[in-house]
Design a protein around this ligand. Structure first.
Ligand SMILES: [Zn+2]
Length: 385
């Protein structure tokens, strides 16, 4: 039988815990297995929010998470009355948003059983928002299950995390990711191997690369950048290229999604609604949505640049591997020759500096630094011997 937990690659230890929690939850009372507040942590791409969403599905599904029934499906699309998935597009979750959420979930679950709230970016809660949430989590006898996701436990306020059960996801191995791509997504073994390797256990990125040819050619362009840093002008040009490629990729994804969302919203209001109130209501909702989409687009560009920098980092990682004499474990096997020539010319201390500089640039971007400026500074550092 298929299960919503099948998608959690390399997380067998977590799946076991969640399954026994689901079984225990059927009694309707809290127990050692089933508690009402959980924190899912794990590196990006390990699938922490997928794990939380699968758990939410299994809690409300009559078949403990079959993935196929109405309950399971509506839970992921926001159509289930007892499941809320909070995805943040902005840089923080504010107290007003939490207060609004709390009024929405204050009612008893409509179908009996549990009401489930998945918060994908609990690390973005402002302090006052976290405090408002804490009060809700502490409330006794509640029928709401809180599933909070964050990169690490340190990203969650201590008062909140002390009341939650903690599940730590692992980065799945490249082999595990490769197997899923081959068996579930029907990707050819060679392509699956490449995508799994360069994505370093990030299942979402691996699938995206494996199924998207333009994503692969964009990555190829990014990976050539370290070889094109012969002068200051070239370094600045490389920064521009990186930002352009990443922006184009992000915009492509957001445009498709934006259009569909607007259409869906208009459908919800009834296209060509005649009543005056309806028309203004729809216009206002569309405006709100467009505002949200804009802030999401900004974030997606940043995420996309971050992905490009992660790719770049694999180049210097490989150079280091070659310099250490373990060239069989390089990630970018398709660039082996270029990497070996590069490794031969560069002192290994410089390689480490370049990796550090790349990671430093990612940190700065995460702190809202200007993307092009950050990339220019980085490329200048990467251009040095
Ligand atoms: Zn189901």
């Amino acid at each position: 039988m298929t299960s919503v937990f099948d998608d959690l690659v390399g997380q067998e230890h977590i799946v076991e815990i969640l399954k026994s929690a689901v079984t225990a939850s059927r009694t309707g009372v809290e127990s050692q297995e089933m508690t009402h507040a959980w924190v899912f942590t794990g590196p990006p791409g390990s699938g922490r929010s997928s794990a939380a969403v699968a758990f939410a599905q299994a809690l409300i599904c009559p078949n403990q998470g079959c993935g196929g029934c109405n309950e399971c499906q509506s839970a992921t699309t926001g159509g289930h009355p007892d499941v809320e998935i909070i995805r943040t597009e902005g840089l923080s979750i504010k107290v007003e948003e939490i207060r609004e959420l709390l009024t929405r979930v204050a009612w008893a679950p409509s179908m009996g059983g549990w009401r489930v709230v998945v918060m994908e970016d609990a690390d973005r809660l402002t302090e006052s928002a976290a405090n408002a949430l804490l009060k809700a989590i502490e409330e006794p006898g509640t029928r709401t299950v809180w599933l909070l996701c964050a990169p690490t436990l340190h990203d969650v306020l201590p008062t909140i995390r002390s009341r939650c059960r903690h599940l730590q996801l692992r980065t799945p191995s490249s082999d595990a990711v490769k197997d899923v791509l081959i068996n579930r997504d029907k990707i050819s073994p060679a392509l699956a191997d490449f995508a799994a390797r360069v994505s370093q256990g990030h299942i979402g990125r691996a699938r995206y690369l494996a199924t998207n040819e333009s994503a692969r050619s964009r990555r190829e362009l990014i990976m050539q950048l370290p070889l094109q840093l012969g002068s200051l002008a070239a370094a600045l040009q490389a920064a521009q290229t990186l930002v352009d490629i990443a922006t184009e990729a992000a915009n492509k994804t957001s445009e498709d999604r934006d259009e569909k969302e607007i259409e869906r919203l208009q459908d919800a209001y009834g296209k060509g609604a005649t009543g005056r109130g309806m028309a203004t209501g729809a216009a206002k909702a569309v405006k709100e949505l467009e505002k949200e989409q804009k802030s999401r687009a900004t974030r997606m560009v940043r995420d996309s640049i971050d992905g490009a920098l992660l790719d770049l980092a694999t180049f210097y990682r490989d150079v280091m591997m070659v310099q250490c004499g373990s060239s069989e474990s390089i990630i970018n096997a398709d660039m082996r020759e270029q990497i070996e020539i590069y490794a031969d010319k560069l002192p290994s201390a410089s390689t480490i500096n370049k990796m550090d500089a790349t990671m430093e640039a990612r940190k700065e971007l995460a702190l809202n630094a200007a993307p092009l400026l950050t990339c220019e500074a980085l490329m200048c550092k990467l251009a040095r011997k």
